[in-house]
Design a protein around this ligand. Sequence first.
Ligand SMILES: [Zn+2]
Length: 111
Amino acid sequence: MHEYSIAYDIYATARKAALEHQAIQVKRIFIDIGEMAMVNPDQVEFLFHAIAEDDPFFKGVTLETNTITPVVKCSCGYEGTTLYVCPVCGALPELVRGKEVLVSNIEVEVA
Ligand SMILES: [Zn+2]
């Protein structure tokens, strides 16, 4: 299950960051989800809460997901949001943004 491993990753990343910053509580986690990542943000959020539920670190935590618009880059120099065919030369451009799922920021409470 794709979404489950992503949700678990977010949990593990946030927990590690919180420990590194001597936090007592994780308040908010900001996540970038690329439109091309083929991930359902609602499902990730649901699974994240299921995973973090029993962890006192994450009591009352909220998840803020931000959808990232895909951006491509072509060998001819074109860069933009036309995904499958380069509008300049007709080649298949490379996806440079929009496939990622990552934690962009974490808000914690420090003792
Ligand atoms: Zn091109």
